[in-house]
Design a protein around this ligand. Sequence first.
Ligand code: ADP
Ligand code: MG
Length: 238
Amino acid sequence: MAEVRLESISKSFGGLTVLPDLDLTVPEGSFTVLVGPSGCGKSTLLRIISGLEMPTAGTVRIGGQDVTFDEPSKRGISMVFQSYALYPHMTVAQNIDFGLRLAKVPAAERQTRVAEAARILALTDYLDRKPSQLSGGQRQRVAIGRSIVRQPKVFLFDEPLSNLDAALRTQMRVELAQLHQSLDATMIYVTHDQVEAMTLADQIVVMNAGRIEQVGAPMDLYDRPQTAFVAGFIGSPK
Ligand code: ADP
Ligand code: MG
């Protein structure tokens, strides 16, 4: 696990400034949740941390190291998206193994890691199935499995549960919390679901129009919102 630190990060697309000037520290081993309205820059921030997007200015540090100009594969991070694109023609095992094979990890080690990820995610009995033979929740677990096997220091999740129905979301929420405990990793998790944020987070970051409104523990934000925006966004979960 590793701390993630963003220093004076700005990002513009052409004439559009999405992140004017952002500082954020994500403590090592924390479950940090980013919330904020659609279009406020949450995904852009994750993409900058992962290296899929370059900041216009500023520094990205992972574990203290300046990784601003490092390739995604060199950062020790892993990203799970909302639309988990599994390879339909591959089995669950092959899907989980895919990144390791690309990275030329030796076969014996790959086998151990895939088995361990499958155990953590309760997929052991499904390793020979194709994605089409799985439920939505199982598919999402395979997507997470592909991240786990790479043993990242930091996991980035971009609304990973938003395509699932309510019952499954609740179940996956519990599983993600357990995953965080068992993996000892830093997790940065984007959601627009207030309940998800309140139940999963050690630290919630409330964003609005590319700026951070407030950072704090869930009950902290709930009891002591510093702005009307935060109060409105976090307030009275049902
Ligand atoms: P969120 O994830 O919070 O919904 P995004 O980070 O996806 O927000 O987007 C923030 C803003 O940046 C939006 O106005 C979006 O249209 C814009 N944006 C994101 N990516 C690009 C891009 N590649 N080119 C141009 N504009 C973009
Ligand atoms: Mg987004």
